[in-house]
Design a protein around this ligand. Sequence first.
Ligand code: GDP
Length: 407
Amino acid sequence: STSGSQDKKAEGNLRSPICCIMGHVDTGKTKLLDCIRGTNVQEGEAGGITQQIGATYFPAENIRERTRELKADAKLNVPGLLVIDTPGHESFTNLRSRGSGLCDIAILVVDIMHGLEQQTIESLNLLRMRNTEFMVALNKVDRLYGWKSHRNEPIVKALKRQTKDVQNEFKMRLIQIITQFKEQGLNTELYYKNKEMGETHSIVPTSAISGEGVPDLLLLLVQWAQKTMIEKLTFSNEVQCTVLEVKVVEGHGTTIDVVLVNGILHEGDQVVVCGMQGPIVTTIRALLTPHPMKELRVKKPWDFYQGSVPLEMRSSLLTGLRPSGQLCLSFSDAAVGYEDMLASDWGTYLHHKEIKAAQGIKITAQGLEYAIAGTGLYVVGPDDDLEEIKRSAMEDMESVGTPICIP
Ligand code: GDP
């Protein structure tokens, strides 16, 4: 179809917006993430949703499908939406990367029964400090006394179906919360009444349990991002990358989990990361993403290779499967003849020759033991001055008080 080919074209230019979920403990951040991942996932129809390192990727097609009932006829120009998986993550709230920070857009979750709480205000200040666009998910609407659940329904429709009492309680609590935001110097309004998005932050009432308002939230996120951030979302060759976590992984040594915000990373790239004992200059040994486990059950090992696997290798692929399902063999590139993806570490990670933003990735390289989460990863290009990049990398540290200890 024409829209299909238009999407392809646009996908080449725009990267996916990156979204994070913030808010006070117990407001439902984790549950909301589970809910936007969708029940479909558990039922074995991922709808293109893929699990990444530290993030979940929602293709535009999936969002279009799930927001159909909103009749928005959403023209989605971005390839999808990348949602960071670790709400309230330590390295996330302490992001030290200069300038941009990690997220393009955030969801600030507020419990409708509790209103603004201490960490809501902390999150709010963090978002303002970093100039990050955000919208409010007014969660747990199903806890309004007498609420009748209508699974995954758009919120306007769901509200209309409630009794007058429920509607009144909703309005009363909404007004209180809008007032609380006002006290923080912030204008907020129900998203479908919000005529001045940007000046006034949108509120989307949601239930992370029964899913009301979740289609609205998804649609608003993507529409808002692509309407206001085209420049930021335009694909660039300049790498922008943030270290989320530093982790020891059996068989890989110390690895870093990163979010590639923009640009392309390649196996073999020389990179600089901020370390506790000074800049770490190293070479990317492997770019890893989680194995799509679902397909694993269906497909035979060789189906994963885009090139052909010689017959004699197939038997060794099978005998190479450990009881755990992990493959203990690894193959040289030539033997498998792959294109750009090679499934070694069977059942654990896919290896990539290169990865394009926006994505969550695990990187293996030497000398990462003292890397510091929350800082940037810098690629050293052929014409770059290494010393200058080392200085830049270490500047990320300057906003750190006491460095957190990484084993
Ligand atoms: P987090 O600390 O912000 O990640 O909060 P959780 O996602 O762990 O949720 C905290 C508690 O609130 C859990 O018991 C959830 O089941 C519950 N919860 C979360 N969202 C909703 C909601 O929309 N409605 C109701 N009734 N309970 C919710």
